[in-house]
Design a protein around this ligand. Structure first.
Ligand SMILES: [Zn+2]
Length: 140
């Protein structure tokens, strides 16, 4: 973009990223319990990102397809978000030309929760499902 690393770090305080995912069509969705693979995946993400997801009493929904959703099984979209606060240590990494991975790892030591965390919460809320998240974020 022609903006120096220093300019970014001195003027930007917070970075917000967003992806749009399709919402499951509630008219035709098939409700079921999470299977073992899905539970293992969610547990793996808990460890990786140091978060806790509450799976108790939660169900997931498979896309089916009906007239309402043009047989896609999905209807409408919703944003999933991540917020990265640029504190001094993160800014220093940017000024020094650190890689995205280095910046990400440093942020993970703090409060930063990546897109996938918000995505899983929306799966647990029954708004979307893991297939749709995987289509957007590649989670498996
Ligand atoms: Zn439908």
């Amino acid at each position: 973009m022609g903006i120096s690393n220093y300019d970014i770090s001195s003027t930007v305080g917070t970075l917000v990223s967003q992806r749009l995912v399709r919402k499951i069509c509630k008219k035709c969705a098939k409700k079921r319990e999470f299977n073992e693979d899905e539970i293992n995946l969610i547990k793996k993400l808990e460890d990786k990102y140091n978060v806790k997801f509450n799976l108790e009493g939660k169900y997931t929904y498979d896309a089916v397809g009906c007239k309402e959703c043009n047989n896609s099984g999905y209807y409408d979209r919703i944003g999933i978000f991540e917020v990265l606060g640029l504190d001094d240590s993160i800014k220093e990494l940017i000024v020094n030309g650190a890689s995205t991975i280095e910046i990400r790892n440093a942020a993970l030591q703090k409060d930063y929760k990546p897109l996938i965390v918000d995505g899983i919460n929306k799966v647990l809320d029954g708004v979307t499902n893991l297939n749709e998240l995987d289509r957007k974020l590649i989670i498996y």
